[in-house]
Ligand binder design. Structure first.
Ligand code: PHE
Length: 455
């Protein structure tokens, strides 16, 4: 039970938990990032490695994370302290969760910039700017959008305010309802886009591109990108899912629920890829490795040539904004709930202060698309790229290794079995992978990937 005086919030039902966790997992990572990094890393082989990472690292760690939250019913940092005490380990394990708190805030700072693009594309769609646009025109419009730092900052500010408004009100109240209605609509809309792409675009080329495993194009840093993305897309390695797990109803089964969420998340990413690449291949001015603008350049062309495209286009970017919104809330929740559970601040004060820090960090990312776009950090990254590199390539994988070791090795079998809905060989398989495969797999990919990037 909760240690604080007020009764702790809880999701209304198992379904709300699934939707909230899916709301956290499904976001810009699936719709914006997955297609663009798959394109930058050559397609098929990257996708295969990503799927293997989801299976051997993502799902085992996600189960471990929900376990930690549900068992302790408190915010991630306190949860880890409590579990360390329970299993006779050093409370220094708390640094694993503190790193997660920081990772979440850094991710939010640049996530919000991209979410701001989606927000801005809603009125842009309605204005008819994309009607009958060609690929070159769409690229030009996007580049024009990026060129003005003030405009990017304005949308960034709006998105941070939207996020903090929900976080301050309390996660379970506002969020549970929103995801119940909006996530299914997003799903249907992606299917409509997929239909359009099959009908109008180079669909078979896209399928080949995403699913033909050309290992020649795979480098060690693409493998690290795939691993990092597996963590990013499932919202794991930093405490978001642990925080949500702490609100999970008692009778909700952990493993089954995690599998449902991971499956939904993977489907959305693959559908987004299959909707975007047929349009890319039908457009000579867009490269699959286009980079961060891929989604914002390719899909508007489809909307521009579709009957009802203004309506569907506006609806699509509204829903992408909502998907980003339900994820961003979980990015800052570990930090805010820590401050609150420690009795240091109200949700209001913690939200304003911590949201303010994310806003400040995000300024660097807004400027990375115009004034400071040069790679000034290690000669490799601008601020936006560095924030992404540091979190997805370093902090989330390292968080994942630590969580796998913590839950896999510091807890006896009986303590885990008590809280788990799986038993028999399924339980043994999960624990075996978590103990003996996940940590080493991440370590190997991490070191080889980092060496490859810097040498
Ligand atoms: N999973 C989210 C997405 O794919 C991003 C996220 C990462 C959210 C980490 C919470 C924690 O967009």
């Amino acid at each position: 039970m909760a240690t604080n005086a007020l009764p702790r919030e809880a999701w209304n039902s198992r379904l709300t938990f699934i939707l909230a966790a899916t709301g956290s997992a499904v976001g810009l990572g699936n719709i914006w990032k997955f297609p663009y990094i798959a394109g930058e890393n050559g397609g098929g082989a990257f996708v295969l490695v990503y799927l293997v990472c989801i299976l051997l690292a993502g799902i085992p760690v996600m189960i471990a994370e929900v376990f930690m939250g549900k068992r302790t019913r408190t915010s991630p940092v306190l949860a880890v302290e409590k579990l360390a005490a329970e299993s006779g380990q050093s409370t220094r394990w708390r640094w694993m969760a503190i790193m997660g708190v920081i990772a979440g805030m850094v991710i939010l700072s640049y996530y919000s910039i991209v979410a701001g693009w989606a927000l801005a594309y809603f009125p842009k769609m309605i204005s008819g700017a994309f009607v009958a646009i060609d690929d070159a025109g769409s690229s030009a419009l996007f580049n024009e959008h990026l060129s003005n730092p003030w405009r990017l900052l304005g949308w960034h500010s709006l998105f941070i305010i939207m996020t903090m408004a929900v976080v301050i009100t309390g996660v379970t109240r506002g969020l549970g309802k929103a995801v119940e209605y909006l996530m299914p609509i997003l799903f249907v809309l992606l299917l409509i886009l997929l239909g359009f792409s099959i009908y109008q675009g180079e669909f078979s080329h896209a399928v080949k591109y995403l699913f033909a495993f050309d290992f020649g194009s795979l480098t060690m840093d693409s493998v690290l990108a795939a691993l990092g993305h597996a963590f990013f897309t499932l919202s794991i390695g930093m405490g978001a899912i642990m925080a949500y797990g702490s609100y999970m109803p008692e009778d909700t089964p952990i493993a089954k629920t995690v599998l449902t969420v991971a499956a939904l998340d993977t489907c959305v990413a693959l559908i987004a890829g299959l909707a975007i690449f047929p349009i890319v291949f039908a457009s000579p001015a867009i490269e699959p490795g286009e980079g961060a603008g891929l989604l914002f350049i390719s899909l508007p062309i489809a909307f521009g040539s579709m009957p009802g495209g203004i309506f569907f286009g506006a609806l699509f970017f509204a829903l992408v904004s909502v998907a980003a919104w339900t994820s961003s809330i979980s990015l800052i929740e570990p930090a805010v709930s820590w401050a609150v559970d420690k009795g240091k601040a109200t949700r209001l004060k913690a939200g304003i202060f911590l949201g303010g820090i994310c806003w400040l960090l995000g300024i660097g990312s807004a400027l990375s698309f115009n004034v400071y776009s040069d790679p000034w950090i290690f000669g490799l990254f601008n601020w936006f790229e560095f924030s992404d590199f540091l979190t997805s390539y370093v902090m989330l994988p390292v968080g994942g290794i630590l969580m796998a070791i913590f839950v896999g090795h510091m807890f006896g079998k009986s303590a885990l079995l008590e809280s788990m809905d799986i038993e028999g060989w399924l339980f043994d398989a999960w624990r075996f992978v978590l103990r003996w495969i996940t940590p080493d797999l991440i370590k190997i990919i991490f070191f080889l990937g980092i060496i490859n990037i810097f040498l």
